[in-house]
Design a binder for this molecule. Structure first.
Ligand SMILES: O=C(O)CCC(=O)C(=O)O
Ligand SMILES: [Fe+2]
Length: 159
């Protein structure tokens, strides 16, 4: 537990998505996976978050007012050797109200190496990602190559 607490930073971000300028659906935030371990989201009552299911359908998230949305990010996905799915998600805006959301991202500290424990690697679950420095992975994900590939994680350290 101490090792976990000492290895994690927290980032709190407030996001504003402007009122759409037309009656069409507008992209508020393009499709991505988070680079965090875990993301906790809270929104005002303007929906827009969509999650991509494993079979390729975009579904709308329609939370009740007191709901926090929890998403798994690439870092925990890699640490669990792919046992926990990190979903692609995006924000699509429609209607005549601005959307606000707050995200709390738990992020490994600089220098922290993400390495799946040996208990999670076996014949049925071969290692999916080589051990990697989280900071270097973030740096890669913002390069031209990292931004244009479908999965920065797989390109950066996929086995
Ligand atoms: O605003 C939202 O609901 C999603 C934000 C998000 O996906 C992100 O900041 O990574
Ligand atoms: Fe996200």
């Amino acid at each position: 537990m101490d090792e976990h607490m000492n290895s994690t930073n927290y980032l709190l971000r407030l996001m504003k998505y402007k009122t759409p300028q037309s009656s069409e659906n507008e992209m508020g935030l393009s499709s991505h996976t988070d680079k965090s371990n875990i993301t906790i989201l809270y929104q005002n009552q303007v929906n827009g978050l969509q999650i991509l299911t494993k079979d390729g359908q975009w579904i709308n998230v329609d939370p009740t007012p007191d709901t926090f949305i929890v998403l798994i990010g690439d870092s925990l996905h890699a640490w669990t050797n792919g046992r926990i799915h990190a979903p692609f998600h995006r924000v699509m805006m429609k209607g005549n109200e601005a959307r606000y959301s707050i995200g709390l991202f738990t992020i490994p500290k600089a220098g922290y190496m993400i390495k799946a424990p040996k208990e999670l690697v076996d014949e049925e679950h071969p290692l999916l990602y080589k051990p990697f420095s989280h900071l270097e992975f973030i740096t890669f994900s913002y390069t031209e190559e990292g931004m244009k590939c479908e999965s920065a994680l797989k390109t950066y350290c996929g086995v």
